[in-house]
Design a protein around this ligand. Structure first.
Ligand code: HH2
Length: 271
């Protein structure tokens, strides 16, 4: 899943694709690079980000969704916490609602998701973006995130969302310290066994800089992003949400080729 942030303030690429034409060019490049899904967002959820009115978010994302749809290429996911934005995005051709609040952003979010009949990504977040990194605490982070995702999936199914349309995401970096992020990444198989496809977003995130102190800039976190993406794939993530699609596809291809059962395929290449 390639990330298209049509925002002035996203943590890794804010402002680069705020212009609709630049966002569409970027989206098409990500598809050419091997993205199977595009995640298009018009509101940053980085720590400290201010909320954006729905009209502004819609003016950012709808032209991009329509233009990408016109090229007919890959499924489009709308990254929003607002049901009205999700609804308009689905009307414009998105088929997945990626909601970092796990459908808690508005009172009618779950109902709207059921009505739309789209796929939903339910992500764990402790608190809300403006303050979530202030002092996050957990007893057993893996158990708490697992229980939260199970409860949100249950609420979605109870409201009429089809079970096979639900995906879950531990929400790396959303109200979590380094130790919490690492505990979750080590325990991915325990989340994958919830029985829903798992989405994982580790790309360029701040936890990488907490390990490599030289990686202060988000652009300088590719190595850490790839390491965590590979671990994610091994831990059972079905979808990796990434900024660097080409590099991630290559890393996964090499990892796949190095696995024991791929030995015959690689052997025939004479390289
Ligand atoms: N991370 C971000 C945004 N949306 N959605 C899911 N499901 N999982 C994630 O880990 C996730 C997400 C944050 O990354 P980005 O979109 O690059 O930045 P920003 O929120 O600042 O726009």
């Amino acid at each position: 899943m390639g990330v298209v942030n049509v925002t002035p303030d996203s943590f890794s690429d804010g402002g680069r694709f705020l212009d609709g034409a630049a966002a569409v060019r970027h989206a098409l490049k990500l598809i050419a690079d091997g993205a199977d899904i595009l995640d298009i967002g018009g509101e940053s959820t980085r720590p400290g980000a201010d909320p954006v009115p729905a009209e502004v978010e819609l003016a950012r994302v709808l032209p991009v969704i329509r233009a990408v749809r016109a090229h007919g290429a890959v499924p489009i996911s709308i990254d929003t916490i607002k049901p009205e934005v999700a609804r308009a995005a689905v009307d414009a051709g998105a088929t997945i609602w990626n909601d970092v609040t796990a459908l808690r952003g508005a009172r009618d979010s779950v109902k709207v998701a059921a009505e739309l009949g789209c796929e939903v990504i339910l992500m764990h977040m402790r608190g809300e973006p403006r303050t979530m990194q202030d002092d996050p605490r957990y007893g057993d982070v893996v158990w708490e995130v697992r229980r939260f995702l199970a409860e949100r999936a249950k609420a979605a199914v109870a409201a009429g969302v089809a079970r096979d349309r639900i995906q879950v995401d531990p929400g790396i970096g959303f109200g979590k310290r380094l130790e919490h992020n690492l505990a979750l990444l080590r325990a991915l198989p325990r989340l994958a066994d919830l029985g829903f496809p798992m989405v994982l977003g580790v790309s360029r995130k701040r936890f990488i800089a907490a390990i490599d102190h030289k990686a202060g800039s988000a652009d300088d976190r590719l190595g850490g992003s790839l390491a965590a993406a590979l671990l994610g794939a091994e831990g059972g993530a079905a979808v990796l949400r990434v900024h660097d699609v080409r590099e991630t596809v290559q890393a996964l291809a090499v990892r796949g080729a190095l696995s024991a059962d791929a030995a015959d395929v690689v052997g025939s290449e004479h390289v």
